[in-house]
Design a protein around this ligand. Structure first.
Ligand code: SF4
Ligand code: SF4
Length: 421
């Protein structure tokens, strides 16, 4: 018979079996400890550290703790919650996580944790890593720029004759997972798909496989808590016209967020009652004629003009809202960040298949805005007050946020309101 021990979790007295894994004990008693590298069949790895808890005053990875008599465990203190969030933010900043184009979106454990923690943007500068994307294996693609080095694949995926398929190579910040091509060939299609599903992010892909389920039916689409952003609790003062003033702009984006903005159909009439638009592609007013209550920014900064416009919006708008992934993290345009600018220009203007024969010129004139070396998220250029995630965010979602900010109302965003399709 297993010995029973007394422990406490966040001040609650619990009787459990000695040696039982803390994540499991906590779950059995209704306390959620988030994990990423931890996997049901594996010995706990303790690599990702998002399960960090405090045991008898000392911080340690929760997944590696075995229950022992007298343990006093803290899980949900403000500083531990903050640390977990910071770890996820750093993982986002370190890798190239372009969720709108990622095959794993909706089924990704890291993305789900980010939603759950109410994370809309990382406060750390984006690294835009340029690690190898390996298409050579027979069935798989290894997208090292999304890998969080959790080690699940290294520990778990073996051939039937006992050989490793994945291993860590190099050291320090250069560490990455490498696939053994010979061993990978031995895996059946089903085994390859299992390896892809085992990866908590979209680093292991199986060629030819895409999301089979539409948005709304994926694993994490309907899970998670509602996100409750902090909202000012006093309404903004209206302008003399009795309305709120809104400015909008599209920087390096596809204009999809603005199209979504208009998708509100006849409810737009309600908005027009409440607010008027100043500088915006919707009004075609080219220069600010008034100070705005809110500025909505679509797109990131890809050239010098984007930076100029964004800084002007910061000055002329009391509250600045980045809406859509391009404004929040660079989005699709930022996918050029791991190719040198010169190569991008050569591909676009000299060597691309759509280049007109004989027109071998990279445009350059003092009137043409200068391209930046990278595409930058808006918060790396100016202070952003609020973020509306999605690609594009839905019209209802955008207006719900804007109206709540204008009127100083609390609002929450249900998990399934986020849209990345
Ligand atoms: S792996 Fe894909 S879905 Fe998951 S966080 Fe990264 S980009 Fe987003
Ligand atoms: S490829 Fe996936 S499973 Fe393997 S270490 Fe990276 S994140 Fe973990």
């Amino acid at each position: 018979m297993t010995d029973k021990v007394n422990i406490s979790i966040d001040g609650r007295h619990i009787v459990t079996e000695a040696g039982k894994n803390l994540v499991t004990v906590a779950k059995e008693h209704g306390v959620y400890i988030p994990t990423l590298c931890y996997f049901r069949n594996l010995n706990p790895l303790g690599t990702c550290r998002i399960c960090t808890v405090r045991v008898n005053g000392k911080d340690t990875t929760g997944c590696t703790v075995k229950a022992a008599g007298g343990m006093e465990i803290e899980v949900n203190t403000p500083d531990l919650l903050e640390n977990r969030k910071a770890i996820i933010e750093m993982l986002y900043a370190e890798g190239n996580h372009f969720c709108p184009t990622c095959e794993k979106s909706g089924n990704c454990e890291m993305q789900n944790h980010a939603y759950d923690m109410g994370l809309t943007v990382t406060r750390y500068p984006q690294v835009f890593s340029a690690k190898n994307v390996d298409f050579t294996p027979k069935r798989m693609i290894m997208e090292s720029n999304r890998c969080i080095l959790c080690k699940r694949c290294v520990e778990e995926v073996k051939t039937r004759d006992g050989y490793d398929v994945f291993s860590f190579v190099q050291r320090g910040v250069k560490t990455r997972v490498q696939i053994d091509y010979e061993q990978e060939e031995k895996l059946s299609e089903a085994e390859a798909i299992r390896a892809m599903n085992l990866c908590p992010v979209g680093a292991i892909l199986v060629k030819g496989m895409i999301q089979e389920q539409p948005f709304g039916e994926r694993k994490y689409d309907l899970l998670g808590k509602d996100i409750k952003p902090v909202v000012r609790n006093e309404s903004l003062r209206k302008a003399d016209s009795g309305k709120y003033i809104i400015g909008t702009t599209s920087l390096a984006g596809c204009f999809g967020c603005h199209m979504s903005l208009l998708d509100i159909d006849t409810d737009l009439l309600d908005i027009v009652e409440l607010a008027e638009f100043n500088k915006s592609p919707l009004t075609d007013i080219k220069k600010f004629t008034k100070q705005c209550h809110i500025g909505l920014i679509e797109g990131g900064c890809s050239n010098s003009e984007n930076v100029h416009v964004l800084k002007e919006f910061r000055k002329k708008c009391d509250i600045l809202v980045a809406f859509g992934e391009c404004a929040i993290m660079g989005g699709i345009p930022a996918m050029r960040n791991f190719v040198p600018l010169q190569e991008c220009l050569e591909e676009a203007y000299l060597n691309g298949i759509t280049t007109e024969i004989g027109a071998h010129v990279v445009p350059g004139h003092e009137d043409i805005p200068k391209m930046l070396n990278n595409v930058y998220p808006c918060n790396e250029v100016v202070k952003i007050d609020y973020y509306i995630p999605g690609c594009p965010p839905s019209a209802q979602h955008i207006w719900k946020v804007v109206k709540s900010i204008l009127l100083g109302e609390e609002f929450s965003i249900a998990h399934d309101e986020f849209k990345y399709d």
